[in-house]
Design a protein around this ligand. Structure first.
Ligand code: MG
Ligand code: MG
Length: 284
């Protein structure tokens, strides 16, 4: 469709990948802290404060604050909010579907990741929400698994879409895959070229090169993917009120294998379960 530029993937050196792992791990650990801390009665601002303190205490800068016009550490998107929800006084309730997007810059290198969960734990969740969350996360890993040096970057979106189509067929529903927001390159800035569609696009994409670092971030709804931005000029919500999930990882691609920069274990376990090659990185 020619909507996306055919920018090249930029390769990072082993030293640069090690620096990106430091940033990515801080993001992963911050999200882990939030996932274990969140409970009914907290506000999204409480989570934001927790995240900012954790990032700064570990030598990082919340890189969302480097985005012009944004002064928070997280985006917190609840229920029908897809992405870019602004932390504030909203009190979280058991059963809320919460997506948390977090980023950090450490020594000039960036990490960016997102998780979705149900406030109050899986017991507080509807079956449909759990399926949405799990299927969206699985589609992220399917996209990660499509990455290889010499491959086409657009294979990522095709793999994400196929994963969700298949999961939907199994569940007896058709997921909405949000097309208005895409993944991206990452490195010395959080958002860099090239764009990484989280769905199938026609034509050839950029070639993945040794040391490519990108973010894959499927946003998926239980209804239609049609969306609109609220009056706050940030929060993206589904038009039909259906609930949405969002998962994201920053990933490094090398000849030796993949390293999921924002996963606590670098993705080792999940990549192995998928039959994919994990690559350790040189220490920073
Ligand atoms: Mg993000
Ligand atoms: Mg991102």
């Amino acid at each position: 469709m020619g909507m996306f530029s055919r920018d090249r993937c930029e390769g990072r050196t082993p030293e640069q990948l090690a620096m990106m792992r430091t940033a990515g791990l801080l993001v992963g650990r911050t999200l882990d802290l939030l996932a274990t801390s969140v409970q009914p009665g907290m506000t999204t601002q409480d989570l934001d404060a927790l995240a900012e303190a954790h990032i700064r205490d570990h030598g990082g800068v919340p890189n969302f604050q480097l985005v012009p016009g944004y002064r928070h550490t997280l985006c917190t998107s609840v229920n029908a909010e897809i992405v870019h929800g602004i932390p504030g006084g909203r009190v979280l309730e058991a059963g809320d579907l919460l997506s948390i997007d977090c980023g950090a810059e450490v020594a000039g290198w960036n990490g960016d990741a997102a998780i979705s969960l149900v406030v109050g734990g899986r017991e507080a969740a509807s079956a449909a929400d759990l399926e949405l969350i799990d299927d969206t996360e699985a589609s992220l890993w399917a996209g990660i698994g499509a990455l290889r040096v010499g491959g086409d970057l657009y294979d990522v979106g095709a793999a994400v879409e196929d994963s969700l189509t298949e999961a939907g067929r199994r569940r007896g529903r058709e997921y909405g895959i949000v097309e208005d927001y895409v993944g991206h390159g990452i490195g010395t800035s959080m958002h860099m070229d090239p764009q990484v569609p989280n769905y199938r696009v026609s034509g050839r994409g950029p070639r993945v090169v040794e040391g490519t670092t990108i973010c894959i971030e499927p946003m998926v709804t239980l209804g239609d993917q049609d969306n609109t931005v609220l009056e706050d000029e940030w929060t993206v919500v589904t038009k039909d009120g259906s609930r949405a999930a969002h998962w994201e990882h920053s990933v490094a691609v090398t000849e030796a294998g993949l390293h999921v920069l924002t996963a606590l274990d670098g993705g080792e376990q999940r990549l192995a379960a998928l039959g994919l090659r994990y690559a350790a990185l040189a220490p920073a």
